[in-house]
Design a protein around this ligand. Structure first.
Ligand code: TA6
Length: 298
């Protein structure tokens, strides 16, 4: 592991026999992850900017203490937020985190990063501890830990906003979300359900409630599947901006929508977390890359 300054940000460059990775201390954001002998599993925009106080497009942004547009969150979450303009996906992804510990062994590199003493504006309580633990090797495990050591009940929504790399989004499908209800944020937030594997053929922005333990992105050009595990039947967000939205995104080359697909492990909507004093919650995902025989999907 070495320190690498990229423009304004300090990152950890990880070169292990099992995998290569890049982690920005700002936002505790994993930016790159490529298991040995495989195609990259995590996508990073070629136009990513490494500037203090600005989120980086790609990797696995940490969305906390709210997901998405603060005003779309449940009342309990909104009641914890200060007035003023609230950035999408919370604050912590554009703030500096501290490297608490790092170790490596034959299986990979293990990191823990902590959000500094949380100086949140009122009414957010003091005494909430936030950390991220990552194990980077043949698989990638990432866990976002919230510990409520304050004297108030804490209400949060959150997500590991994972940008996965695909050969071409038209060759990628998501298989095990058939018959799982989802909110279509592009269609008045109406609830809908799919009867077939998801093949992306336009702007897609869906919140799946109560997902199965494993979601699988199948790539029929790279002959691989990325298995995304999350415990406790979290929610999941599936997003691809497609052509028109891609033109409006920052740090995003207009055709890059073909190379990425977001499948985000989340606690949102009916899955937000209410944490009484003294309690905690772990949002975690395990990502495994597997080669497959040639398949036809989309
Ligand atoms: O997770 C999907 C989403 O909420 C989309 O609606 C889109 O806004 C995306 O996140 C990217 O958000 P960002 O703030 O990182 O540009």
């Amino acid at each position: 592991v070495s320190l690498r300054q990229i423009d304004e940000l300090v990152c950890l460059q990880i070169d292990h026999p099992k995998a290569r990775a890049l982690v920005a201390l700002q936002g505790a954001q994993l930016l790159e992850y490529t298991p040995a002998g495989a195609q990259p599993v995590i996508w990073l925009s070629e136009q990513a900017e490494f500037k203090r106080g600005q989120s980086i497009r790609g990797g696995i942004p940490i969305c906390w203490p709210w997901f998405g547009d603060a005003r779309k969150n449940p009342e309990t979450v909104q009641a914890m937020l200060p007035e003023g303009n609230l950035p999408a996906h919370g604050w912590v992804r554009s703030k500096p985190w501290l490297l608490d510990r790092i170790s490596s062994d034959d299986n990979g590199v293990h990191l823990k990063l902590c959000f500094p003493e949380t100086q949140w504006p009122a009414p957010f309580p003091q005494g909430v501890e936030l950390s991220v633990e990552m194990s980077i090797g043949e698989e990638l495990n990432i866990a976002l830990l919230t510990e409520n050591k304050s004297d108030q009940t804490l209400n949060i929504s959150q997500a590991l906003h994972s940008y996965f790399a695909v050969s071409d989004v038209i060759h990628a499908s998501i298989n095990n979300l058939i018959h799982v209800p989802f909110i279509d944020t592009l269609n008045d937030w109406n609830e809908n359900i799919d009867q077939a594997p998801i093949c992306i053929s336009g702007e897609t922005d869906r919140i799946y409630k109560n997902t199965p333990e494993m979601i699988c992105i199948v790539d029929s050009k790279w002959n691989r599947e990325i298995q995304i595990y999350s415990k406790d039947s979290q929610s999941a967000v599936v997003w691809n901006p497609w052509i028109e939205k891609a033109k409006r995104l920052s740090q995003f080359e207009s055709s890059a929508y073909k190379q990425m697909l977001c499948v985000e492990t989340a606690n949102v909507l009916n899955n937000c977390k209410e944490l009484p004093p003294g309690s905690g919650w772990v949002l975690q995902t395990n990502i495994a890359n597997h080669s497959t025989p040639p398949i036809a999907n989309c």
